[in-house]
Design a protein around this ligand. Structure first.
Ligand code: LLP
Length: 419
């Protein structure tokens, strides 16, 4: 469920008319519903209320500090993948003891930053990384708490670019090498082993891959415990999918029914790293139709948002539903491509889509854009990044202003020999 609904012919976010809002702030912009985000977090949290757990929102899905603040208020923590994400989480007021740090390529500087920030644990993805962490811990005099990210070799049955749990992927340490990895970690004097981590991919719409992966990880925990390792945290990653079109992913409660019995036996505190399922359907991208045209019988709707603002359709061929902000009583439909102003044929938000015949200057809502929307946006074609707006009830708040041309060149310099 989400809070983007029509009232009469007008699309609203909670109690704010999106058409009215667009007049105030200009287009394009990302728009998020506070209520939807909070509810999604609460639904996920309550699904696992009968086991000790911590929800660490995956910052990569949406890193705006105002949104992160909502999770702080709800008692949540964060899954981060870079020093930049750590900075954002701390700025939003996160409790460092609720932050877990995953990623195959943590730099020494990032490791030191994480140690000094006193985060809960680093999810380690290679033996070389273990040595780096040990060294950084020695230098800073702060013992490093770690989990090993174990790659369970499970097919998440999702888009190949966002599947991470097969042994051919770059992620984690293989099942075969995990035990040796743990023995090494245990032997390093500046490291304390506290947990185990896995994450098999994103936009997973079936329960089976989660169950299969967990069974393997739980078997590994038994072996580790028999080796005298104190595994207190089981971090099961994120990945639960959402409905973009006609997918019917399990509800968090259905997932809980299947996996809680497996998790309970471990005696661990369970860490979850959901991203998309919390924010995906809580955000949209609002764009204006600049022009429409026909070419050799093909229709094009040229809008002011482009692949630099929302890259998912271009990158993964993802489907995002597109709705009119103002419904017209004339429900004449056409088949059209929805494209942006960027100089690439790959710049599209929708292909061969059956849509109402949008007129020039009308507004379109690109739905389910709250996850991996703004965070993957860029300045390609020197397009300033769009603003982000948060709605709560009948009020809206600018949580990131639109970039201007000066922002585009910040940090650039013409070398003195050219001056
Ligand atoms: N934990 C780890 C270690 C991850 O790598 C990810 C996502 C998550 C948690 C959160 O996964 P979620 O619950 O959101 O599925 N850009 C792609 C998605 C990439 C996901 C990367 N990792 C997209 O737009 O679909």
């Amino acid at each position: 469920m989400h809070d983007f609904q029509y009232k009469g012919n007008q699309l609203y976010c909670e109690d704010v008319s999106i058409g009215g809002l667009a007049k105030d702030v200009g287009t394009p912009f990302y728009l998020y519903s506070y209520n939807t985000i909070k509810n999604h977090f609460r639904v996920f949290n309550s699904a696992f209320s009968n086991i000790p757990h911590l929800i660490c929102f995956a910052v990569k899905a949406n890193s705006n500090i105002a949104l992160l603040r909502i999770f702080v208020e709800e008692g949540g923590g964060f899954d981060i993948v870079s020093g930049g994400e750590l900075y954002r989480a701390l700025l939003a007021g996160a409790d460092p003891q609720k932050i877990v740090y995953t990623g195959v390529g943590k730099t020494e500087e990032e490791i030191v930053y994480a140690l000094k920030s006193n985060i809960l644990m680093l999810n380690v993805e290679s033996t070389q990384e273990l040595f780096s962490i040990d060294r950084a811990a020695e230098e800073t005099g702060i013992k490093a708490k770690v989990a090993l990210r174990v790659n369970p070799d499970i097919d998440a049955k999702t888009h190949p670019y966002i599947s991470t749990g097969l042994k051919t992927h770059k992620f984690g340490i293989s099942m075969t090498d995990a035990l040796e990895g743990y023995r090494l970690a245990q032997s390093l004097k500046n490291i304390e082993v506290v947990g185990i981590h896995k994450h098999i991919g994103s936009q997973i719409t079936h329960i089976r891959p989660f169950v299969d992966a967990l069974e393997r990880i739980v078997a590994m925990i038994d072996i580790l415990k028999s080796e005298g390792l104190n595994i207190r945290y089981l971090d099961i990653g994120g990945g639960l999918g959402i409905t973009y079109k006609d997918e019917s992913p399990p509800h968090p409660k259905e997932l809980a029914e299947e996996i809680v019995p497996i998790l309970k036996g471990t005696g661990c505190t369970i860490i979850f790293e959901p991203g998309r399922v919390i924010v995906g359907n809580a955000g949209i991208l609002v764009t204006k139709v600049l022009y429409t045209k026909q070419s050799e019988g093909k229709n094009f709707m040229i809008v002011d948002a482009a692949m630099n603002d929302l890259v998912r359709p271009s990158l993964y061929g993802s489907y995002h539903s597109i709705l009119p902000v103002s419904k017209n009583s004339d429900d004449h439909k056409i088949v059209t491509d929805v494209v942006g102003p960027i100089c690439e044929s790959g710049d599209f938000l929708a292909k061969d889509r059956v849509l109402p015949d949008f007129k020039k200057d009308s507004l379109a809502a690109v739905m389910s854009a709250g996850a991996y929307g703004f965070t993957m946006s860029s300045n390609y074609n020197s397009r300033p990044r769009v603003s982000e707006i948060l709605v709560k009830g009948n009020k809206y708040f600018m949580i990131r202003r639109r970039e201007n041309y000066e922002d585009l060149v910040r940090g650039e310099e013409i070398p003195v020999f050219m001056k």
